[in-house]
Design a protein around this ligand. Structure first.
Ligand SMILES: [Zn+2]
Length: 322
C-alpha cells in the first residue's frame, strides 16, 4: 500500500520553489541532462514534456534523507502550508542529485541544497484542514506540520482511507443525484449519537447539507452578500457551530447557509459580522475594528442578508451571543 508523505512548503523559499518547479514545472529535457542512464529510462516514460519536481535537504544527521530513503514510486505526497494540505500528488520517480538541485533551487546559506529529489505526477488541488488530519491520526488539536515526514503504513492507511471523505468533491460524486433527501434521512436515522461525531459521518452530513442548499445549480448566491459565484467558491457554513449543536440541530438544513469564500465565510466564522433577529448584518462591536475590517465589511454592514430564513433566527442568535 502507498505511503503518505507530508511536505511543508510554506516558508518564503519553499513558496517560490513551489511556483517555479511544481506550478510552472521544469522541462523534461532539462532534467534528463542531469540523470544517469537508468534514471533517464524511467523519466522518458513520464507522460508530459514538463515535470513537476521537488526536493528536500538531507538534513542534519541525514534526518530527512533517512525518511526520503523509505519512499517509493506511487506514494502520495500532501503539500502543506498555512494549516491546509493544498495539493496532492503521486511520486513518479526519485533520485539524489546535488547538481540538479543546485541548478533548480540554488544553495542554502549553509551550502546545502535540496538534493533528495522527487518527481510528481497526477497533481490534484485539495483542501484538507490540519484539524482533520490531526483528528484522524490522534494528534493534539494544535499540532502543526513543521518538517518533511513519511507516515508509517498504519498512519498512511488511515489517511488514504479517509481521503475521499476529506475531499468534499469526492463525496459529492459519491452520493450524487435524486436521492439526496433520502440519503440524508438514512444517514441521520441509522446513526447513533456517537457515530455522528466521527469524521466520516460529519463529512457526509456536511456534504449532504451542502448538496441540499446547492440543489444542482452550477452558480449560487452567497446568503450574506447576495453575489453569485460558481458553486465551488461557496462554503456550506454553519450558522451555529456544529460542535455546539444538538443532534437534531446538526441535521436541520436551516443550521447552515451558503457563504462565499471571498470574505463572507471568513467574516462570519471569525464573528466579525453577526446577523440580527431581523436578518440585518452587523459588525460585531466586541472586536477590534481595523481599517481592513471596515473595508472588507463596508458592503455588508446594515444590509439585510440576501437570503434570510426565519427558521435560522435561533442559530444566528446563538452565533451573536456566544
Ligand atoms: Zn458573500
Amino acid at each position: 500500500m502507498a505511503k503518505v508523505i507530508v511536505q511543508p512548503c510554506g516558508d518564503s523559499e519553499a513558496k517560490s520553489n513551489f511556483v517555479n518547479t511544481i506550478e510552472k514545472k521544469v522541462s523534461k529535457e532539462h532534467v534528463l541532462s542531469f540523470l544517469n542512464e537508468i534514471q533517464k529510462n524511467k523519466l522518458q516514460t513520464f507522460p508530459d514534456a514538463m515535470v513537476p519536481i521537488w526536493g528536500v535537504t538531507s538534513g542534519s544527521n541525514n534526518i530527512n534523507k533517512n525518511k526520503w530513503d523509505t519512499i517509493h514510486n506511487g506514494d502520495i505526497v500532501l503539500l502543506y502550508k498555512e494549516n491546509i494540505f493544498f495539493q496532492k500528488a503521486e511520486i513518479f520517480q526519485k533520485f539524489i542529485s546535488n547538481e540538479l538541485a543546485t541548478d533548480l533551487w540554488g544553495k542554502k546559506k549553509d551550502g546545502s541544497t535540496w538534493e533528495c529529489i522527487y518527481i510528481l505526477n497526477n497533481l490534484e488541488k485539495i483542501n484538507y484542514k490540519i484539524e482533520d488530519y490531526n483528528s484522524l491520526l490522534g494528534y493534539k488539536e494544535k499540532f502543526k506540520v513543521f518538517g518533511f515526514n513519511v507516515h508509517t503504513k498504519e498512519q498512511s492507511k488511515i489517511l488514504l482511507e479517509n481521503f475521499n471523505i476529506l475531499s468534499e468533491q469526492g463525496i459529492l460524486n459519491e452520493v450524487d443525484t435524486e436521492e439526496d433527501n433520502q440519503t440524508f434521512e438514512r444517514l441521520v436515522l441509522n446513526s447513533t449519537s456517537s457515530e455522528r461525531n466521527t469524521l466520516t459521518y460529519i463529512r457526509k452530513e456536511q456534504a449532504t447539507l451542502r448538496k441540499l442548499l446547492i440543489n444542482k445549480r452550477e452558480n449560487v448566491e452567497c446568503y450574506l452578500c447576495g453575489e453569485v459565484f460558481p458553486k465551488n467558491s461557496v462554503s456550506c457554513a454553519h450558522i451555529k457551530p456544529r460542535k455546539a449543536c444538538t443532534d437534531d440541530e446538526k441535521c436541520d438544513p436551516y443550521v447552515v447557509m451558503l457563504a462565499c469564500r471571498f470574505g463572507c465565510d471568513e467574516l462570519y466564522e471569525r464573528k466579525i459580522i453577526t446577523v440580527t433577529d431581523n436578518g440585518v448584518i452587523q459588525l460585531n462591536k466586541g472586536i477590534t475594528i481595523t481599517p481592513g475590517i471596515v473595508k472588507a465589511t463596508k458592503d455588508l454592514v446594515n444590509k439585510k442578508c440576501f437570503k434570510f430564513e426565519s427558521k435560522s433566527i435561533e442559530y444566528f442568535r446563538w452565533h451573536r451571543n456566544n
